[in-house]
Design a protein around this ligand. Structure first.
Ligand SMILES: Cc1cc2nc3c(=O)[nH]c(=O)nc-3n(C[C@H](O)[C@H](O)[C@H](O)COP(=O)(O)O)c2cc1C
Length: 199
């Protein structure tokens, strides 16, 4: 019992239970230095990975590169709606400017490893790596939030990140400093999603 009590005070458990995404409006202009981003990505390397496929790919976007991503988002908008109003175009351009750093997380899968390691499992692995980045960022005192929207599926954006047909762009992880902590959230009761399976 003493052991279980100790475990409920683990800082890792605390970080997991209290993780909360940073609303983009709370990011300041200050972002993590490169060495801190590298530490977050080091944390991603321990994501569970069937067959050591290493399907995760990270693209760090900061500074002016965010404007280039914004231009791409605006192109996607105009491809879908050539008469999009100026305000919508400006909004699309501004999306990547909401945080000082974005880490784009992709799953670069190897279909030849299936069926032993199905493509779905490889995508799950990259998604786990993405969550490690988010948790590491928060553990280091930064705010983070995964955002996607239709841009993440758009052909132009996918090819800008070098994705093939079976690959996935899993999310844009927006990371930065904030003047206040992410607002705490009410979480559901895990028991509502749990049952004993007895066959
Ligand atoms: C793959 C993925 C994509 C997401 N895309 C968006 C998005 O485009 N817009 C959004 O508001 N939230 C998006 N979210 C949800 C946020 O990252 C966040 O989880 C949500 O705001 C709830 O906050 P919480 O993480 O503190 O519970 C996405 C989450 C995941 C896992």
């Amino acid at each position: 019992m003493a052991e279980a009590d100790n475990m409920t005070q683990s800082p890792v458990l605390d970080a997991l239970i209290n993780r909360a995404s940073m609303p983009p409006r709370l990011f300041s202009d200050k972002g993590p230095p490169r060495k801190d981003i590298e530490k977050m990505l080091e944390a991603a390397m321990s994501a569970p990975d069937h067959g050591a496929v290493r399907p995760w790919r990270f693209h760090i976007i900061e500074g002016d590169a965010r404007h280039k991503l914004g231009e791409l988002f605006a192109e996607v908008l105009l491809d879908n709606d050539p008469f999009a109003p100026t305000a919508a175009i400006e909004k699309a351009k501004g999306r990547p400017l909401r945080a000082p750093v974005i880490v784009t997380v992709c799953a670069k899968v190897d279909p030849s490893r299936a069926p032993k390691i199905p493509v779905m499992e490889q995508v799950v692995t990259a998604a786990a790596a993405m969550e490690h980045v988010v948790i590491a960022a928060q553990a280091m005192g930064y705010g983070a939030i995964i955002l996607t929207g239709p841009n993440a599926q758009a052909g132009k954006v996918r090819s800008a990140f070098g994705l093939n047909r079976d690959d996935e762009l899993l999310g844009f992880v927006y990371i930065g400093c904030a003047d206040e902590p992410a607002p705490p959230k009410e979480r559901p009761d895990a028991r509502d999603f749990t049952s004993d399976w007895t066959g």
